[in-house]
Design a protein around this ligand. Structure first.
Ligand code: B12
Ligand code: SF4
Ligand code: SF4
Length: 276
């Protein structure tokens, strides 16, 4: 397994038993035939490219990580079926049975920031999380056994809380995550004038990176070594570009999951601002 991950440029991974994790979608375990004795190899995918986006969050500027994970799974499944024909394996990302941030933290891969994200020394929080759930023991896969770890947190400098445009981390008045600017840019329907202003003022028409950009751990963070996230990066998105994309191109972008109308709505607000 180590050799496989090395070939894929995946350097940060660790095993954690599911019994230590926060299960948030149990049906995904049942549906895939996993019992409580199974475990997960948590893997981190650094994604910040050298091409700094002008009006998108970094996650929205690179190609969709769900598509990356799908391709990775196709290769991984073939490899594992060959090596462990009796084992049960499934790769998850995002739509996952577990709270991924918590699981990555207790597996020792990083610590949790006040902004709720997993932070690593090398890449700060600009890592996507995915996990291989399996009933095969780590030893058989050539992976280190789990050593129990507590949840570690950041130094709580408060910079993210002060900079957050939605007050999600304000101690006196924390807002629910539905008011997070990232969620606002991705919701359906019309945006209010205040929401549109907030989106433009914070420089991203899809997602929000404010709490990551101000974080001191981001200052010396490295860029991704994974070629997929360095190729075909969109640095500025507008209506003309969205409209010029074929369906095939569009569905490879992280903002496609909401359909063309939602990203077009945001682009139109951006286009208007540019022509003011
Ligand atoms: C729903 C969701 C969102 C929603 C709501 C966010 C939320 N935290 O609820 C919205 C759309 C707002 C969102 C935004 C973003 N998201 Co999001 N999101 C998710 C998703 C699918 C589920 C989160 C969830 O429901 N967690 C569980 C429940 C219980 O909610 P919760 O309590 O709020 O969860 C947090 C706490 O449990 C905390 N936590 C756990 N234990 C402990 C212990 C302590 C002491 C503390 C302090 C905290 C803590 O960490 C959890 C994650 O935030 C996860 C993938 C997954 N399966 O986990 C991705 C995920 C968290 N998102 C991710 C990303 C990249 C983002 C954005 C950066 C994208 C962007 N640029 O706009 C922003 C960041 C916003 C922010 N500061 O959190 C990544 C985070 C990677 C990382 N390094 O941590 C994940 C893991 C997806 C992935 N597979 O990579 N997201
Ligand atoms: S900005 Fe400060 S408080 Fe916020 S996550 Fe980073 S270290 Fe923690
Ligand atoms: S993503 Fe933006 S709005 Fe959401 S918590 Fe971070 S800074 Fe606040």
């Amino acid at each position: 397994m180590r050799e496989f991950l090395k070939n894929e440029n995946i350097e940060l991974y660790a095993y954690v038993p599911l019994s230590e994790c926060k299960i948030i979608k149990k049906y995904l375990l049942t549906k895939n035939g996993f019992c409580e004795n199974a475990g997960a190899i948590m893997m981190l995918l650094p994604y910040r490219s050298h091409h700094t986006p002008k009006n998108l969050s970094v996650y929205a500027s690179v190609r969709d990580y769900h598509a990356y994970v799908e391709k990775l799974w196709a290769k991984m499944e073939k490899y594992l079926k060959n090596k462990h024909p009796l084992g049960n394996f499934k790769l998850f990302a995002d739509h996952s049975p577990i709270d991924e941030v918590h699981a990555a933290c207790i597996s020792g891969l990083g610590f949790i920031g006040r902004n709720g994200l997993l932070i690593t020394e090398k890449y700060s929080s600009f890592v996507f999380l995915c996990e291989l759930v399996t009933d095969v023991a780590p030893k058989e896969l050539g992976i280190d056994e789990y050593v129990k770890k507590e949840v570690r947190t950041c130094k709580n400098c408060g910079k993210c809380a002060s900079a957050c445009p939605s007050n999600c981390m304000d101690e006196a008045d924390p807002r629910p995550k539905t008011e997070c600017l990232s969620a606002i840019t991705q919701k359906k329907g019309a945006l209010t004038d205040d929401e549109a202003e907030m989106m433009l003022a914070n420089g991203s028409i899809w997602g929000c990176d404010v709490c990551q950009n101000v974080c001191p751990y981001t200052k010396n963070a490295e860029y991704t070594p994974i070629e997929y996230f360095n190729t075909d990066v969109i640095t500025e998105l507008d209506t003309a570009l969205v409209d010029s994309m074929s369906d095939e191109e569009f569905f490879l972008r992280p903002f496609s999951w909401r359909g063309r109308d939602v990203i077009r709505r945001n682009c139109l607000i951006y286009d208007k601002m540019k022509n003011r």
